[in-house]
Unconditional design. Sequence first.
Length: 254
Amino acid sequence: MEKALVTGTDRGLGLAFTDLLLREGWEVFAGQYMQGETGLAALAQEFPDRLHITPLDVSSDESVDRALATVSGMTDSLNLIANIAGIMASTVVESDPEKRDSPTGDGTIFDPMHSDALLRLYNVNTLGPMRVTNRFVHLLLKGEGDRTLVNISSEAGSIQTPTVERDFLYGYCMSKTAVNLQSKFLQRSLAPHGVRVFNIEPGYMKSFIITGTYRSEAAVECADSARGIYRMIRERRDVDGDIYFRYNGEKLEW
């Protein structure tokens, strides 16, 4: 049975991807951050033997270390690490939620920015996957059969060909550009061990990532993004080729 560690599984893409893996027969170790969400609990009732929920705050060294101890107590190997946890928080000093959540009011160089908010974006979006991969990679190297690392990035991290020519969202975009470089470094480190690395833009999804507000107007269902990512990691076999893709398989430029 293939085994996966997935972060950010409380809702959105992380929950959809966990659901998909379970229905495909995987054993899943699901990192839980928001205990008030009910999606994981429902899956646990349906898959009590193959879903293992563990508290996991990817922004905390101590939390990641505790999760490693928990998972290592249940398995000595993994086939997949999926770093999905991420935030798109405001970096602007603004009390009006409508303005704070607006792309035109969030993070231009002319707005007063919170350094703490910028650092939190880096701590979750960039250092979060780095922490998790660093702690769990030895389990991935021990996996039998396919071994894969997935980092969820964004087209917002592309310097060459972003979909939108932004001059806002500094913190979020820079944190994802850093993830892109991280993924490339990881490919260089892991390809010699036969581990495939993917750096995935999941699409503008109907999710809560933007300041916790559900985006019903978004074009992509989380389940569709999850299926596209899963299809890609099943079909693409090379360990040293392109790694930066949209969820539908479209290659992106750095």
